[in-house]
Ligand binder design. Structure first.
Ligand code: X5A
Ligand code: ZN
Length: 679
């Protein structure tokens, strides 16, 4: 499998700049590129990437998307004087030409294609291109919104042509609608275009009717254009994540792309004067991580907007750091989407229901008249979702955000241990099956172990085998708690016992929230009454008498024999609950009689790695020892696991998720994806 992250940057793209005064365009400055690159150097990320040179995109390549008229106009600006440049620029909505603009735009296209080549040839696994001018507003025959050529659209057409790709996903997390990209692909079912954007009921630029959620694509392309309009400013981390859980990710897994391209604008980040949103840089680490789970990890991130230099550069760094495989920081902020976001989510799900299997059994209905609903809700719900305050941005605000980010980044960034995964040698010698970069924890001798476990469930430790296994589990857990490793795997003759001890030990250590996902039959339920442990128990049979605690969630689930239908449970339930909870540590245990196949287990491990700063303890019952190697591979990040093809849940299972959502969404608010459910 390909590894490595490409970084493409060329200073020459800073030579395109505004030569006259224009308050609309003056935010698209060369420093956007140079300061992002400087910050990458600062975090020592540049040296960890594979440097790929830029090239000029050829005329032929530009013509994959644009008209020859458009190309000729652009070309003709190279020799113009300022007055002429100003006149041509005036033909477009929010664009400026400089004599070097054409050259830079060709480099921006070429950089994007170099990235596609590096990823598709297997030279690297993923990468980012820092380019100017941006691309996603640019249309077949027009420059628009600081964009001359549509870099991302050309990259997608190029990938289809050169590599014969049949399915490409474009994720446009820029705060503006990439209407250019929508127009180019709206009839094309081979490109799934997703965009969220500040919309404010069509008040916000470019103020198009076709930016709303009901623009789903045309002709054969119906269902392959997904618009999520933000009708309020101030959207934050939880709103973005909710859209990923309840809209983008299920669609993306069902679509099963062969390549993912991000139209990566950071004007959706905090402090941006255009977006006026509140999402902090680490949210981009999480979004990036999710997208890395698709298309076998083939991910091309191409810069679009982003006008608050500090916010932009920190967010770029979070993205590249994540592409490199570093664990992602804990997400900050209250984990509850706002009402307006939930309304948009509900509407886009309703609009897309006819086109997607994953929405087949969801009862979706459109919601209008937000203000009346809001009143009703406030009366009915003593604890309503929060509404964001609208705020105006000015210079003062920009400086405030700069200072905030300075401190914020210091708080959330943590040193990554040099070794990621810990395990112990076991008697059967299965450790040699594990991938290379694991840390082998020294076995303790019996008296040491006895001292170690004496405080725990002494009555449970009946035999040497259990004692030894607890000893090695605790040794591994200790490495995780001391941050010497990120994660670890231990085998156990009785997973339930190991888990009980692990949870107790972590809470004693001082962890406030430990998430435990237990797969299989479990005899002993540890004492979870202190609320410091949240247990999600995935098992085949209904468990009796354990449902009293609100920190014990039984999920009765038997994966289909034919395929894997666990996606809906993970995306629609487990992840939202886990993100609402924000654990300090995740324990995933595989016990006897597991009701999940290997791909379901992969899915759990991979997606839950985004939480708790990637701290995961895996406990695997020794009968399931054959899982060790694949789980270890997922944990060291050596491979992007293949989850198998998406299988939609049966009606019965869809109903189960729906019921669980209704039952728990007041407590775990990231579950909310419709307003009426919340009442
Ligand atoms: C790429 C991008 C924004 C244009 C805003 C014009 N363009 N008001 O973010
Ligand atoms: Zn933008």
């Amino acid at each position: 499998m390909a590894s490595g992250t490409a970084l493409i940057y060329d200073e020459e793209m800073t030579s395109h700049k505004l030569l006259w005064s224009d308050p609309v365009c003056d935010i698209e400055v060369p420093e956007r590129l140079s300061s992002s690159y400087e910050q990458l150097k600062c975090y020592h990320l540049v040296e960890r990437c594979v440097r790929v040179p830029v090239r000029e995109g050829s005329e032929e390549e530009i013509l994959l998307v644009h008209s020859s008229e458009h190309l000729e106009v652009a070309k003709s600006t190279q020799t113009m004087n300022e007055e002429q440049l100003k006149r041509v620029s005036g033909n477009y909505d929010a664009f400026f030409f400089h004599p070097n603009t054409y050259r830079c735009a060709r480099l921006a296209v070429g950089a994007s294609l170099q990235l596609v080549d590096a990823v598709m040839s297997g030279k690297v696994c993923n990468g980012m291109a820092l380019v100017r001018p941006p691309g996603h507003h640019s249309q077949r025959n027009a420059a628009n919104g600081f964009c001359l050529f549509n870099n991302v659209a050309i990259a997608a057409e190029y990938a289809k042509l050169k590599y014969g790709l049949k399915r490409i996903l474009i994720v446009d997390w820029d705060v503006h609608h990439g209407q250019g990209t929508q127009y180019i692909f709206e009839e094309d079912p081979s490109v799934l275009y997703f965009s969220w954007h500040r919309y404010e009921h069509q008040e916000f630029w470019p103020s198009l009717r076709e930016s709303d959620y009901d623009a789903v694509g045309l002709g054969k392309g119906k269902g392959f254009n997904i618009n999520l309009p933000w009708n309020k400013v101030g959207m934050g981390n939880s709103d973005y994540l909710a859209v990923f859980f309840h809209v983008l990710l299920p669609a993306a897994f069902e679509f099963d792309p062969e390549l993912v391209i991000v139209s990566s604008g950071y004007d959706s980040g905090i402090g941006d004067p255009e977006g006026q949103m509140n999402a902090t840089p680490e949210v981009f680490a999480h979004l990036t991580r999710f997208l890395m789970q698709l298309a076998n990890g083939k991910l091309c991130v191409i810069l679009e907007g982003g006008y608050h230099l500090k916010s932009l550069s920190e967010s770029v760094c979070m993205t590249v750091k994540t592409l490199l495989g570093d664990p992602v920081p804990q997400i900050t902020g209250e984990m509850a989407p706002c009402l307006s976001a939930v309304e948009s989510i509900q509407n886009v799900r309703a609009a897309h229901k006819p086109y997607w299997k994953w929405l087949m059994y969801e009862d979706t209905s459109f919601i209008q008249n937000l203000s009346t609903k809001l009143l009703l809700l406030k009366k009915a719900d003593p604890n309503p979702s929060t509404e964001h305050e609208s705020k105006t941005s000015n210079n003062n605000e920009t400086v405030k955000v700069e200072k905030f980010l300075e401190l914020h980044m210091k708080n959330i960034l943590f040193p990554v241990p040099p070794i990621k995964t810990a395990t112990t040698f076991d008697s059967k010698g299965s450790a040699h099956l594990l991938p290379v970069p694991v840390h082998l924890v020294k076995e303790l001798d019996k008296t040491e172990i006895k001292a170690f476990v004496s405080g725990f469930y002494a009555d449970l430790v009946k035999d040497d085998k259990t004692l030894l296994s607890l000893g090695s589990m605790l040794a591994i857990l200790d490495k995780i708690l001391k941050k010497e490793v990120c994660n670890g795997i231990s085998e156990s003759p009785t997973a339930a016992v190991s888990v009980a001890v692990a949870l107790r030990h972590s809470v004693r250590f001082g962890f406030q929230r430990v998430l435990c996902v237990f797969v299989g039959d479990m005899q002993i339920i540890p004492n979870t009454d202190d609320g410091k442990v949240l247990m999600i128990h995935i098992c085949e049979k209904e468990q009796s008498g354990k449902t009293s605690s609100k920190h014990y969630i039984p999920l009765n689930w038997k994966e289909d024999a034919e395929g894997n239908d666990f996606f809906s449970a993970v995306l629609g339930f487990i992840l939202p609950v886990a993100y609402s909870y924000r654990p300090d540590l995740t324990v995933i245990a595989i016990g006897p009689n597991r009701s999940l196949g290997i791909s379901g287990i992969f899915l759990l491990f991979t997606l839950l790695q985004g939480l708790a700063e990637s701290r995961i303890l895996a406990v695997i019952e020794d009968k399931e020892i054959n899982l060790m190697q694949s789980v270890a591979q997922t944990l060291v990040g050596a491979s992007t696991p293949n989850f198998g093809t998406y299988v939609p849940p049966s009606q019965e299972k869809a109903n189960k998720i729906k019921m669980l959502r209704d039952q728990f969404q007041q407590q775990w608010k990231m579950l909310q994806c419709s307003v009426k459910d919340g009442i």
